[in-house]
Design a protein. Structure first.
Length: 133
């Protein structure tokens, strides 16, 4: 299990409409996609920085994971996502090494990727996501 690159950095925001202009007007990036992931109760916006994406996450439900994150911690970095060739195998290997999983099996994420999260209590405080096709 070895990531090929950082797939994206997830950033929780209160409002995509208010946050997107910062990334476009100040940083000069272009938002290339906005997508709602209903089962995760989130709306996302994506930007490319070299090979890495920035994913802005706006909650569509205060009881969803991003809604709860924003209520507890406020806006900011939410997770770090690594590109993996085989998400199933990467999750299995992490669990075999004693890492607590949020997702034992990959699920559908934004941009059609298969995703699985590792619990931050097992990853030194960083919510970690594995992504792949």
């Amino acid at each position: 299990m070895k990531p090929s690159h950082i797939e994206h950095i997830g950033i929780a925001v209160n409002s995509l409409a208010e946050s997107i202009p910062y990334y476009e007007n100040v940083l000069g990036l272009k938002c290339y996609a906005v997508e709602e992931v209903a089962d995760q109760k989130v709306k996302t916006a994506f930007f490319m920085v070299g090979q890495t994406k920035i994913e802005l996450l706006e909650s569509t439900d205060p009881e969803g994971p991003i809604g709860k994150f924003l209520a507890n911690k406020g806006p900011g970095v939410h997770h770090l996502a690594f590109a993996m060739d085989d998400v199933d195998k990467a999750l299995q290997q992490a669990e075999e090494k004693g890492v607590r999983l949020i997702d034992k099996q990959p699920r559908k994420g934004a941009e059609g990727l298969r995703i699985g999260f590792l619990h931050p209590k097992s990853t030194h405080g960083v919510l970690t996501e594995f992504c792949g096709k």
